[in-house]
Design a protein around this ligand. Sequence first.
Ligand code: ZN
Length: 413
Amino acid sequence: MKAIVGARLIDGTGVPPIPNTTVIVGGDSILGVHPAGSVEVPYEAEVVDATGLTLMPGLIDTHDHLAHFGHDLAVRWGIDEPQSLRHARVFDVLKQTLETGFTTVRDAAGLDAGFRDAVDRGLMPGPRLKVALNFITPTAGQADRTSPSGHSPAVIPQPDLPLGIADGPFAMRAKVREMVRAGADVIKTAVNGWGRPTRGLGPRDQIMTREELDALVDEAHVMSRKVMCHVLGGSGLRMAVEAGVDSIEHGSYLNQDPELLEMMARKGIYFAPTFSVFYYHERRGSPHESARALHFREHHAESLRLALEAGVQVVAGCDAGAFVHGNNAHELTCLVERGMKPMDAIRAATGRAAQCLGLENSIGTVKAGLKADLILVEGDPLEDVSILEYGRAVNWVMKDGEVYVDRRLSRLP
Ligand SMILES: [Zn+2]
């Protein structure tokens, strides 16, 4: 048993911070949350002195790619290095991500279910993982990695990641089942072309029919899986909202069809704008990618503003794995820079993110009965949310009641 004593608590629900709290942890769960002096610390509890620190729920990223290390075809196909080396690098990323205060990450394609299970079994330290495995799209969509000359990663099989191509509604249903068979916690799809216009398919060009999407969404929901949908704008955006996907990923051009934001608010569809990845496309992409990302920028910021006005549930997902690992908190900085209140941005990466994942009864807030996923932060993230970036201000991390990071001593002179 542990008692975290003296911290100012931001509990992930959006209520104002509570000063000088005592939080009791037993096993992997939170047993109680008490204002100062209202509880006697049990004699058997190990006291964690958190005086002067901010206690928060472990952070949640709703959209990342922890197994991605670049955009080149060879890297994406995983043929530039042995699989064993790639896996070792992924485990390093998992450890690094946990140490920055992210105790849960939803991987939006690329990570196979074995990583999730290895972390769950305590073989390697890492955030709690929810995995999509791969996109499901028709031919020529994101799941189709065939090169223009017809070379396909299918000749170099990754047995733990099903290929994601399906054409027609029945094939969509079968593909959802195949993903679930391979361990998918969530179904990832894309109804439009890339942000980068490969194969002449731009970000507003629809690549899937309504019939196909309806089948995918229905099958996923039958199997109790949520659907996260990559879509930037155009007719595909309306189709995704009308078909009832569970979250819109990116949504850069939502501002061009504001009626959709009303529908999203009404239907409880989450919005993960993933500003962080666009930030990197702007700065590190090819000149063409960079120009395109700049074009998104105004629309995207306006989309967030209108979404907040409409009451859409906005969540934090960085999507930046192919550019950088270990800075998932950059998305919070991006959200605040574009007008979100810091407390709201924190909710977007804690309580609300847990709801987006359907895990609000086990993680995301600091409440008795929930898993003990907690972090201690030096300084006030409500004043400057960027102190969370790279875990700079995070000096203690607990997941499932177990302490993975304790840098509190380094505060001493
Ligand atoms: Zn992504």
